[in-house]
Design a protein around this ligand. Sequence first.
Ligand code: SF4
Ligand code: SF4
Length: 214
Amino acid sequence: MLVSEQKPMEEILRSLDGEKRIFLVGCKGCAEGCESGGEQQVIEMKQKLEEEGKTITGFSLIDMVCNESLTRMKLASHRQATDSADSLLVLTCGIGVQSTAAVVDKVVHPGCNTISSGGAHAEWKEAERCLECGDCILDYTGGICPIARCPKNLFHGPCGGSEGGKCEIHPDLPCAWHLIIERLSKLGRLDKLEAVVPPKDWSVSLTGGPPRPR
Ligand code: SF4
Ligand code: SF4
């Protein structure tokens, strides 16, 4: 099971700043098991956001949001509600956030931090998508993870070595930062890259920080 925990509400509200209409995505798989993004947490989040003056255009609870095909199919049935939203808030592991970003042309906000894969692998299997860093930054990167997909784990890419959109380290792979910039350009949200982001706290990362008792 991919282990995630909900981000603090202040951080979620900060990421939604300036956006009024939100569509929520929850997961009936791991996130429900972790109580970070199952049915109860989605309903609670809806109430909290409404109290903050947001309009929830709709929500979807998907069996496994990390299954990109399933997410595509499920969200297609909510097309009107997602189209009328300013953004989507996704209460799942980082892979679920990325599969949502891959199927919807909207800004997608992570509502959770992924803290462990729990020895399992998500349903979107063709590439590594999340390294359980414990402090998800997909909000700034158009829903594409530079920690998992850039060999240099760059937070301020591209490194200058990419050619034709390919990574200089692995020319058979796309440059993660090329993808991030392409996506943010398409969404008209290159301003995301202007945000001053505090240095990353690696102490909460399973792979980059000290071991934590769990
Ligand atoms: S930033 Fe990447 S590694 Fe960190 S939780 Fe999000 S998807 Fe996972
Ligand atoms: S080319 Fe892109 S993906 Fe590859 S190391 Fe440089 S920034 Fe990272």
